[in-house]
Design a protein around this ligand. Sequence first.
Ligand code: DC
Length: 227
Amino acid sequence: MNHSLIPVIAIDGPSASGKGTVAALVAQRLGFHYLDSGSLYRLTALAASRAGVALDDEPQVAALAAGLPARFEAGRIRLAGGQGKDEDVTDAIRSEASSAGASKVAALPVVRAALLERQHAYRQAPGLVAEGRDMGSVVFPDARLKVFLTASAEARAERRYKQLMEKGMSANITSLLQDLQERDARDAARSVAPLQKCVDAELLETTQLSVEQAVQAVLGWYRQRLR
Ligand code: DC
């Protein structure tokens, strides 16, 4: 099948907006493939640290990104190491260190270019839900539907707080809110793939919505486009 005929739904938004949860559920309901593009940046940062490559060594990090020995299987992510060993890194890539590393390598244009082909390969029938920063602007500009999903900083801080509590981790809502506001400002100001809503994206404000309502809104827009 001609790739450009395979529908893509691109979903972006600020951190802790719930875009990952909504994107995964939309993919499940439609029976579509799902691309969590942030995980590729997280994996690249982790692979670089493990290989002893400095995160600002653009050519070396890009070479790692291009050949990233990662496998996605049944909701788990595995990274091949030396001597044919591979390791489950599903939790390791969610650590604070991997988040910080991912945001560094994501600022390198050659690394972004190296990951482009890999992301295009996810476009498989019957369709793809792609989540992340430049999905609608750079990776899949011809997406059938683009959604910018957001919520107030307070609502996002509260959601993250609940998530951490459920995992048995301690958290402080005031410092979570401050972290989110600082990250938003940094994300919006960065020169490479800044956080911004595409002009042709639908805005989904989820402060007052449940996850299910947000999923239904995305599915509703998608159905409209099929008519
Ligand atoms: O969505 P996330 O927190 O897993 O993303 C990790 C980092 O990668 C974050 O700094 C944003 C960046 N990112 C990006 O620049 N482009 C993408 N398509 C996805 C993530």
